[in-house]
Write a protein that binds this ligand. Structure first.
Ligand code: NAD
Ligand code: UDP
Length: 342
């Protein structure tokens, strides 16, 4: 996705003016659960900007999301915000065409802070949203995760790999929660489903208090604080920029493919490489400090994206330097007003 595209969608600095949206005869009624969160708010931006005259509903309980992420759409006639906890059924009489089901805390500190809430969101929340999809005839996309592969013994990970998850560890509420979400959508009958296995994403609107590594490293480097590397620094992930992820999710939703598809970037970085990159891009004088590795932290992860390439014609377009530069710009913009929270 080109830089120009991002600037068109450059809504993430909380603007007061939004671009005019052209009319489109193929307008769809779309519900985005978790729409006030990091990924959901970008999905909503894209749907609103696409010119599809998308009537977008955002459903969220603001557990980890923020109304500010979608505030720029608040007065738009195509947009509606529903405050709702998906662990309760949603009995509304609206015929949605599409449901992007993204509601679930995604950062380890957040999903581990109340593991039962995470499990209830993954199980009951997904079940309730499937019920809604069935009642309304909506196509349903589940945001699953690379975490279902656990600490993988196969590298890189294709969709056919069954994973290596500790079912009683601190990450289990999320990993097993998402595995049960997948089991639910494939057991449920009568709903047209799509399943995205999302690998680590980053970008503007990641909350500075999110706790995920790029958010922490950027917050720390902008403040001149040492970057907290957990473990010996050799742990790796493959980080995708938010706009690539949104491209992939929208393509998957409109595809005819119902099996899981990995959406991720194949460029793998260990923590030392990532920390040095963030320090270089932000021009920071920060150091690195080492802290204990979290229990069950997967040691390495990289997607096999052959399926996404073949079925969706999708592959990431943003390299990590570009993405981190733009994310750093956003963190700088908000760092003053959010300082007390950090
Ligand atoms: P996020 O925490 O920023 O957003 C999640 C949103 O869901 C928040 O707005 C939160 O308030 C809402 N939510 C949580 N529980 C809810 C409930 N019970 N009822 C209603 N709303 C609820 O997370 P994110 O990074 O935007 O992730 C979005 C989705 O993508 C999640 O399902 C996550 O598992 C998946 N995912 C994300 C990543 C990533 O790197 N960001 C990677 C893999 C999978
Ligand atoms: N991590 C780190 N410092 C931080 C936060 C995370 O070194 O301040 C590490 C974490 O232990 C993991 C990697 O960064 O090895 C990615 O963590 P994140 O929480 O971003 O994503 P996930 O573990 O869910 O893939």
């Amino acid at each position: 996705m080109s830089h120009a595209h991002t600037k068109l969608a450059g809504l993430y600095a909380y603007p007061t003016v939004i671009p005019e949206i052209p009319a489109n005869k193929d307008a769809k009624l779309v519900l985005v659960t978790g729409g006030a969160g990091f990924v959901g708010s970008h999905v909503i931006d894209r749907l609103m900007l696409q010119g599809h005259r998308v009537l977008t509903g955002c459903l969220d309980n603001f557990y980890t999301g923020s109304k500010r992420n979608i505030a720029h759409w608040a007065d738009h006639p195509n947009f509606c915000l529903l405050s709702h906890d998906i662990t309760d059924p949603l009995l509304i009489d609206v015929q949605f065409d599409r449901i992007y089901h993204l509601a679930c805390p995604a950062s380890p500190p957040h999903y581990q802070s109340d593991p039962i809430a995470t499990l209830k969101t993954a199980f009951m929340g997904t079940l309730h949203m499937l019920d809604l999809a069935k009642r309304t005839g909506a196509r349903f996309l589940l945001s699953s995760t690379s975490e279902i592969y656990g600490d993988p013994q196969v590298h890189p990970q294709p969709e056919t790999y069954w994973g290596n998850v500790n079912s009683i560890g601190p990450r289990a509420c999320y990993d097993e929660g998402k595995r049960v979400s997948e089991a639910l959508v494939y057991s449920y009958t009568g709903v047209d489903i799509r399943v995205a296995r999302i690998f680590n994403a980053y970008g503007p609107r990641l909350s500075p208090s999110d706790g995920r590594v790029i958010s922490n490293f950027l917050t720390q480097s902008i403040q001149g604080l040492p970057l907290s590397v957990y473990g010996d620094g050799s742990t790796s992930r493959s980080y995708q920029y938010i706009h690539d992820l949104v491209d992939g999710l929208l393509l998957l939703m409109e595809s005819q493919y119902s099996l899981p598809i990995n959406i991720g970037n194949t460029c793998e970085y260990n923590l030392i490489q990532l920390a040095n990159l963030v320090i270089k891009i932000t021009g920071s004088a920060s150091d690195i400090v080492f802290a204990e590795a979290p229990i069950d932290d997967p040691h390495r992860r990289r997607p096999d994206i052959s399926r996404a390439k073949e079925i969706l014609g999708w592959e990431p377009k943003w390299d990590i330097e570009q993405g981190i530069r733009e994310t750093a710009e956003w963190f700088r913009t908000i760092s003053m007003e959010l300082r007390p929270e950090i």
